[in-house]
Design a protein around this ligand. Sequence first.
Ligand code: URA
Length: 231
Amino acid sequence: MRLDKFLSQYTDYSRSQIQQLVKANRVAVNGELIKKADHKLNGGELVMLDNRQIEAFNARYIMLHKPLGYVCANSDSEHPVVLDLLDMARKLDLQIAGRLDIDTTGLVLLTDDGQWNHRITAPKQECTKTYLVTTADPIPDDVIQLFAQGIQLHGEKNLTRPAQLDILSSHTARLQIHEGKYHQVKRMFAATGNRVVQLHRESIGAIQLDPALAPGEYRALTETEIQEAVR
Ligand code: URA
């Protein structure tokens, strides 16, 4: 494997950052500074970035059913965090692909594969997220059209991307959005004069929350889920 591929797989640096690191003489293989990012590795070499050894590991891909009251962060001074729910080593290496608010439940993805996380969360990929929404007031039919056209959120320059709303009952709907602005779903409903009282994420891209997972439970993603996450 090429050195730059190895580093991009097992660190959070982008390919262009890695080029810079190599140029800056910060990468050594078996004690020798390497000048070329396409340097070939055969496996088993000692790769050092500054004074840190970079080791190959099998990336982990996890789906978690986030319960109410948990924060999507590494640590929090007041509330439990989603990492508290995981019984495994190297928890701090896991990144959360698409955070949920403390009062939102449902699908959260965690991984230590930075590239995969980027593919899931990058705005350009438009990875679809599906939410089940319960509102304080009835949802009028014209909100379907408003969300399909894009809606102006307070403090944002651009309209939201077209979103699909299916009204399920007077106060519940399924919403599909293709971006992940801060508090996006709550702000979209707020812009229509309504308020979200319950929010649950059902899916991210092709990955559906496994109905066998109770709140607080998690499992590894299958190979198919990992491959098809972005569609
Ligand atoms: N939109 C919100 O408003 N909150 C979430 O947790 C997720 C999407």
